[in-house]
Design a protein around this ligand. Structure first.
Ligand SMILES: Cc1cc2nc3c(=O)[nH]c(=O)nc-3n(C[C@H](O)[C@H](O)[C@H](O)COP(=O)(O)O)c2cc1C
Length: 188
C-alpha cells in the first residue's frame, strides 16, 4: 500500500504559536506544527524563512504559546498571514506584554506560554532550538498545581485532513499500562 508517497502524514502535531519582536519592538506571532520537546528544558522547531526567523536572529529570544479551542481562529490566522506585510498582533486584536525573562512578547489570550532563549538557529536547515527559561501558566488551567488538559483544551494539527482537533479523554497511564505485559500479568 502506498497512499501518499513521501508526503508523510505524521499526526497529530502540536499547534505552537511562536511570539517574537522585531528590531523596532513590533510583536509578531506565527503558527508552527513542526515542533517538539527535545530535552527537559528545550524545544526544537523546523522552520522555513519567515519574519519570525528574521526576528529570532535579531533578538535571540521567542515565546511559545499552546493553541487552544478558544484561540483556534487566531492560531490559524497567525499561520496564513506574514508579519512582513501586516501587524498580525494588532489585526487579531489580542493584547501582548514583554516577557519577564526574554525579549519576546507574551500573548495574553493564551493560557500557557514558554519563555525561550535561542540556543541555536541554523538558517540552512531551519532548525531553531530554544532553551525554556520559564513557563507561564494561567491559574484557570491548573488543577492542584498541575496543567490540566481538560481545562486547557489544547488543539492539535491533523495534517491528514488539514484540520485542528481537540484532545480526547485519558486513554491509559504511561509508564504503567505496559507493566502488565512486562510482568506477565496481562490476560490475553
Ligand atoms: C497549521 C499550520 C502549521 C504551520 N507549521 C509551520 C511549521 O512547522 N514551520 C514553518 O516554517 N511554517 C509553518 N506554518 C506556516 C507559517 O505559520 C506561515 O508561513 C506564517 O505566515 C509565518 O509568519 P511570519 O512570516 O509572520 O513569521 C504553518 C502554518 C499553519 C496554518
Amino acid at each position: 500500500m502506498n497512499i501518499a508517497g513521501n508526503q508523510a502524514v505524521i499526526a497529530p502535531a502540536g499547534v505552537f504559536i511562536i511570539g517574537t519582536y522585531d528590531e523596532n519592538g513590533t510583536p509578531n506571532a506565527m503558527n508552527a506544527a513542526w515542533g517538539v520537546q527535545s530535552s527537559f528544558d528545550e524545544i526544537t522547531f523546523f522552520l522555513s524563512k519567515h519574519k519570525t526567523t528574521e526576528n529570532v536572529q535579531k533578538t535571540g529570544a521567542f515565546t511559545v504559546a499552546f493553541g487552544t479551542v478558544n484561540t483556534l481562529t487566531i492560531c490559524d490566522y497567525f499561520g496564513v498571514e506574514s508579519g512582513r506585510k501586516v501587524n498580525k498582533i494588532e489585526k487579531s486584536g489580542i493584547k501582548v506584554h514583554r516577557a519577564e525573562h526574554v525579549d519576546a512578547p507574551v500573548l495574553e489570550a493564551f493560557p500557557v506560554t514558554l519563555e525561550c532563549k535561542v540556543r541555536s538557529y541554523d538558517p540552512e536547515t531551519g532548525v531553531l532550538v530554544g532553551e525554556v527559561v520559564n513557563e507561564l501558566v494561567d491559574n484557570s488551567v491548573l488543577t492542584e498545581g498541575k496543567i490540566d488538559l481538560e481545562k486547557l483544551q489544547p488543539i492539535t494539527f491533523d495534517s491528514a485532513s488539514g484540520s485542528y482537533r481537540t484532545v480526547g479523554p485519558i486513554a491509559g497511564k504511561a509508564f504503567s499500562a505496559g507493566l502488565e505485559i512486562k510482568n506477565d500479568t496481562h490476560e490475553w
